[in-house]
Design a protein around this ligand. Structure first.
Ligand SMILES: Cc1cc2nc3c(=O)[nH]c(=O)nc-3n(C[C@H](O)[C@H](O)[C@H](O)COP(=O)(O)OP(=O)(O)OC[C@H]3O[C@@H](n4cnc5c(N)ncnc54)[C@H](O)[C@@H]3O)c2cc1C
Length: 335
């Protein structure tokens, strides 16, 4: 690992200056330190944000919803009584992520900002690796875990967080802070807009401006007539990332779906808003047949690469099972 300076501010206002041009934010360190040990990233200074108390903790108000401070660990989310009661599918997804040891350290801010698991990237070849003659190494090489949607290029990695798709399905917003931003310095955006498909090596996969840090996530209050389900297809029941994931939030009118939001994970360089699958289920009750039709619509625009056609089948399984789980699973009600 390359030598680096270390700073540990106690106020968020200090972070941007300490980061300078070549610093990196350190939260739980479960992703960043591994990348540094492999020389994939080489920040000159680490800015440890764990002493900034205002970034800690969650709060819940029935009228306003849930606020999750950026330093909240995944384990805290799993154990949080308000999350378990009002956002049970968020608690379920958090409980599925990584291992108990990692969940104890990993923060929700770091989870949103974690870097892709793409093995070309993790071997120091960048997010869009190319051969000496300019061809995509991913298209030419082993792309079994790569994207099947949003992959018109040149990015083919998949977005790694299993918690972001669930938060997006719940309609979460992300709040970012930088002292140079106008007004209070806080920028708020729908969480789905925080994830971007990079178009060149110098682009990031996050809409995070220089000096900015994630301060919190805000999730709207749950509604009584909403049903929600999530399903992950994993290679093994161990600490690993899923191969495909779907979360469905369905606003119901009796037994009929009035509106739907389906978000897919691990199939695209961003958490993927599944417009086709959602439209297909609207106006219908949820049965194995309508769920299957929705699953088929979810992958209608998929473009498999040479080694990942199997992910189309797995994505359909994830969508169908998320919908069928939603049918029997209430979102929890405002407490
Ligand atoms: C074996 C293993 C299995 C895993 N399985 C899963 C899984 O199933 N699902 C899943 O979602 N994740 C999984 N993970 C990833 C894990 O959840 C992330 O490593 C973790 O959430 C990152 O959080 P952290 O606090 O440790 O971040 P760090 O490692 O400290 O930081 C990660 C990145 O985020 C940036 N960052 C951190 N906090 C902020 C902030 N507040 N503002 C701006 N930038 C910030 C850092 O600069 C760095 O670039 C797994 C990890 C491992 C090692």
């Amino acid at each position: 690992m390359q030598a680096f300076e270390y700073a540990s501010p106690t106020r968020k206002e200090q972070v941007a200056t300490l980061l300078g041009e070549h610093g990196a934010i350190l939260a739980g360190g479960t992703d960043l330190l591994a990348l540094m040990k492999d020389d994939v990233v080489t920040p000159r200074r680490l800015v440890n944000i764990k002493q900034i108390e205002t970034l800690r903790g969650t709060s819940y108000q029935p009228g306003n919803g849930l606020r999750i401070g950026a330093l909240t660990t995944i384990a805290d989310l799993v154990e949080d009584a308000n999350v378990r009661q009002n956002y049970p599918v968020l608690a379920e997804a958090a409980n599925e992520a990584a291992s108990p040891q990692i969940r104890n350290l990993a923060t929700i801010g770091g989870n949103m900002c974690q870097r892709p698991r793409c093995w070309y990237f993790r071997n120091g070849l960048g997010l869009m690796p190319v051969t000496a003659d300019g061809k995509s190494m991913v298209l030419e090489g082993d792309n079994r875990y790569s994207a099947i949607l949003g992959n018109t290029g040149p990015a083919y990695f998949v977005s790694p967080s299993t918690i972001a798709p669930v938060l997006i399905a719940y309609g979460a917003k992300i709040r970012l802070y930088s002292p140079s931003a106008p007004g209070s310095g806080v920028r708020e955006l729908p969480l789905e807009n925080f994830f971007v498909i990079p178009k060149s090596q110098k682009d990031s996969e996050h809409d995070l401006r220089p000096g900015e840090l994630v301060i919190e996530l805000v999730v709207p209050p749950p509604s009584q007539n909403v049903k929600i389900g999530t399903y992950e297809v994993r290679q093994r029941a161990a600490f690993d990332w899923p191969l495909a994931q779907a979360t469905a939030v369905l606003e119901m009118d009796g037994n009929t779906v009035k509106s739907a939001r389906i978000v897919l994970g691990h199939v695209a360089p961003i958490p993927w808003l599944d417009i086709g699958g959602a439209q297909e289920i609207i106006g219908k009750s949820i049965t194995p047949e309508t769920a299957m039709a929705s699953a088929n619509a979810s992958v209608a625009l998929a473009r498999p690469l040479s080694h990942n056609k199997y992910k189309i089948t797995l994505t359909k399984v994830a969508v169908k099972r998320a919908l069928l789980k939603a049918a029997v699973h209430n979102s929890g009600g405002a407490a």
